[in-house]
Design a protein around this ligand. Structure first.
Ligand SMILES: CCCCCCCC/C=C\C/C=C/C(=O)SCCNC(=O)CCNC(=O)[C@H](O)C(C)(C)COP(=O)(O)OP(=O)(O)OC[C@H]1O[C@@H](n2cnc3c(N)ncnc32)[C@H](O)[C@@H]1OP(=O)(O)O
Length: 716
């Protein structure tokens, strides 16, 4: 709703009230329409200020309402009515003015903001465009170049930047409502025509800026519709009168609104928030478990991951003891880490935190910290040695975390004096940049330890997801069948390029083979050797441990091709460390020889089969993970894939995508592929998928409840 009060001096104050962010729900829109009418009719009122309750102007349209029928007064005429008022109307912006909230402010005649406020038009991130006149008013106010940047990126800007761009009329460090009231009193009686943005001319697109932008946006958006529609809306602003521009805005918005992409992106918005409200099978959860405050931490091991983790911690203001026992590595890290910290702080527009990192080669130096993150080489015996040492040098109560990407947390906990204080904190490289953090709880991890790791992740700006302790946890466990299918497809006749192109066309930034070359092919090779799947004495057959196995990646490694770092992998590069992947005749000859050796007849494989085999195998493992309670719900898996594995956000995440494709279809295709490849267990449809189809394929939002019920009745 919106409240109305008349302040001394003839100013009407309208306050938006819809906690927590005063989103423009039907009730708020109705409240605005009613109170603006009241101010208009009240002869004692000479000017109006619109503000938001609890220090937040407005977080935009109410995204939850998008799922149902649109009720209440529509936004566009509401904003037109405000713009048409013949008394000055000012927006007093505190906290946020985002999306429809900023569009509302653009309909006001003046905008005054607190210096800490954030403004933006993030609709594009929800699969929409600023469809309440924002795409037409903003370029009239700040020009095409700046509007293009804000509307196609959706980035939030500071009040200082908004002032510079001309979005704001005044910025203050004081009470913003008081300042706005004073401002409108001052301007009362002045002509308003030039303040009505819809009546101003839009600068024409003289340099074909928008055509050029369209080319770039199409390249970058990897199939996402909204960024393209945003440019189209700006083209309309630049070339059409306002009314026709608004018609185009409406038309584009309707198309986007009804697209699966908008639903996927809105789901992604909410899943990011759902995962913060974590719960464990034990009943412990975010609202019944207290996190410990952490001000001093240590990182053990200063390889690539350790260095990134040190920077991520230091950026939050935590003082870090960075330990590396190898002198050469320590010397390199103590040069590299401060530079990384400075670069990352600069990128985020922050001052470099002074003197928060101390380097040491001595594990004893961690004795005073509250939390340790071990980031040594991915080797269980080495990690066990480190944990044994830590438990003896750290003071009682210190949280011991491991940055393992898939090893058994429980085994590590078992060698410590307080197994309850051990959790996994699985960062993704580069750890100071990547948003995802898997917080891995074992059967003995205490709620306090999980809460502390989750809270610490949040402080570091990560999307932290609590996951159960199983090989590969959630992300890497699902990656295994995906990689496996990609290798099988090569055996059957596909090329690395064909597989990568199909996946990149779907929206991944990189296909599986380009990604493997980037990460280094030796990583998986070492894991397979440790698992006894390859190495000296293991026969080079296409069946290992009772199931189909492709020795292709092992043989590529044996040929000394470890990916970008050696300049050769599934592709060739200009040299070691080269970035541009080019098709390599060696790989094609190698694949032909391999197929001949194993009597495999290459067939032509359509992109649809590539996608089905790779993605449905991954999705199937996602269902197994939900069934095993290693993830609390589909949102957790989807957030992991969107934030850690490059899953295109406009497809929501693998589990959301399964729902969009149709669970019946996924089941039928998995059955088909499993029938053709009975020696591939990952293609066998999971029980949970079958059960969901059997009960009529409920929407993804209902799966969590269904799984919990099935578990109670022991159906899973
Ligand atoms: C065919 C035509 C159909 C017509 C349809 C017309 C629609 C109009 C179309 C276009 C015009 C306008 C579109 C929009 O405005 S879309 C919304 C744009 N706004 C945003 O994208 C902002 C989203 N919110 C945020 O970025 C953040 O929440 C924040 C920066 C505002 C605050 O961050 P923080 O303090 O970290 O809090 P949380 O993110 O945790 O959020 C708290 C709580 O609030 C919920 N929430 C936030 N924003 C919205 C919102 N706009 N609508 C509904 N709910 C919102 C959020 O989900 C959290 O809820 P909780 O998990 O239950 O606690």
């Amino acid at each position: 709703m919106a409240t109305y009060s008349r302040l001394p001096g003839s100013v009407a104050l309208i306050t938006l009230q819809n906690p927590p962010v005063n989103a423009l729900s039907a009730a708020v829109r109705q409240g605005i329409v009613d109170t603006v009418q009241r101010a208009l009719k009240d002869p004692k009122v000479t000017s109006v200020v619109i503000c938001g309750q609890n220090g937040k102007f407005c977080g935009g349209a109410d995204i939850r309402e998008f799922a149902g029928p649109m009720l209440g007064p529509p936004l566009v005429p509401m904003i037109h009515a405000i713009e048409a008022v013949d008394k000055p109307v000012a927006a007093a912006i505190e906290g946020v003015a985002l999306g429809g909230g900023l569009e509302l402010a653009l309909g006001c005649h003046y905008r005054i903001a607190h210096s800490k406020a954030l403004l933006g038009l993030p609709e594009v991130t929800l699969g929409l465009l600023p469809g309440a006149g924002g795409s037409q008013r903003l370029p009239r106010l700040i020009g095409l170049t700046a509007a293009l940047d804000l509307i196609t990126t959706g980035r939030h800007i500071s009040a200082a930047e908004a002032l510079k761009l001309g979005i704001l009329d005044q910025v203050t460090d004081n009470n913003v409502v008081d300042q706005a009231v004073e401002f409108v009193r001052r301007v009362a009686g002045q002509p308003l025509d030039s303040r009505r943005l819809s009546t101003l001319p839009c600068p024409p697109d003289v340099d074909s800026l928008l055509d050029k932008a369209m080319v770039k946006v199409r390249q970058r958006s990897r199939g996402a519709l909204a960024p393209v529609a945003c440019v189209q809306a700006l083209m309309a602003a630049a070339s059409l009168p306002y009314t026709q521009g608004m018609e185009k805005e409406r038309e584009l918005l309707t198309t986007l609104f009804n697209s699966g992409q908008a639903r996927a992106l809105q789901y992604a918005f909410f899943s990011q928030r759902v995962v913060g409200k974590w719960s464990l099978p034990s009943g412990a959860s975010w609202d019944n478990s207290a996190a410990r405050p952490i001000s001093k931490a240590a990182v053990i091991g200063l390889g690539t991951m350790g260095r990134g983790i040190v920077v991520a911690l230091a950026l939050t203001g935590i003082s870090v003891v960075a330990v590396e026992t190898q002198e050469k590595q320590l010397a390199e890290a103590s040069q590299a880490v401060p530079a990384m910290l400075q670069r990352e702080a600069g990128r985020r527009g922050l001052a470099t935190p002074p003197g928060v990192i101390s380097f040491s080669s001595n594990l004893q130096d961690v004795s005073e910290v509250e939390l340790v993150i071990e980031a040594v080489f991915e080797d269980m015996s080495l990690k066990l040695q480190v944990f044994r040492h830590l438990t003896s040098v750290c003071r009682p109560g210190t949280l011991l975390c491991s940055n393992t990407s898939g090893l058994d947390i429980d085994q590590l906990a078992a060698v410590t004096q307080s197994p309850g204080l051990v959790v996994g904190m699985h960062f993704f490289a580069p750890a100071h940049v990547m948003k995802l953090l898997e917080v891995v709880y074992g059967p003995r991890s205490s709620p306090e330890a999980v809460a502390t790791a989750m809270q610490l992740g949040k402080r570091m700006g990560k999307v932290s997801v609590a996951v159960g302790n199983c090989p590969g946890f959630v992300g890497n466990r699902m990656l295994k069948p995906y990689l496996e299918q990609a290798n099988f497809l090569l055996e059957e006749g596909a090329t690395p390029q064909q597989v990568d192109e199909a996946l990149e066309e779907f929206g991944f930034p990189m296909g599986v083979f380009r990604m493997s070359d980037l990460s280094g092919l030796d990583v998986g090779w070492r894991i397979r050797k440790e698992a006894g799947l390859t190495g000296p004495g293991v026969e080079s057959t296409r069946t290992r441990q009772g199931r189909r196995y492709s020795p292709l990646p092992d043989q590529v490694c044996e040929a000394g091709r470890l990916g970008q770092k050696t300049g050769r992998g599934w592709y060739q590069y200009d040299g070691p460390g080269g970035r541009v992947a080019r098709s390599d005749p060696w790989v094609h000859i190698f694949l032909e020889a391999y197929r001949a050796e194993h009597d495999l007849v290459a067939r032509s494989i359509a992109p649809e089969e590539i996608l089905e085999r790779c993605l449905y195998a991954l999705i199937n493992e996602g269902f197994n993970i939900l069934q095993d309670a290693m993830a609390a719900g589909p949102e957790d898996i989807d957030a992991i894939y969107v934030f850690g594995y490059g899953w295109p956000r406009h497809h929501g995440g693998p589990m959301f995508h399964a729902g969009q494709v149709g669970l019946g279809r996924i089941l039928e295709r998995l059955q088909h592929h499993h029938h053709n490849h009975p020696d591939v267990p990952h293609l066998k449809p999971s029980t949970l998928l079958r059960r969901l189809v059997a009960v009529g394929s409920p929407p993804v939002q209902k799966w969590r409840e269904f799984i919990n019920k099935e578990r109670v009745h022991s159906q899973l």
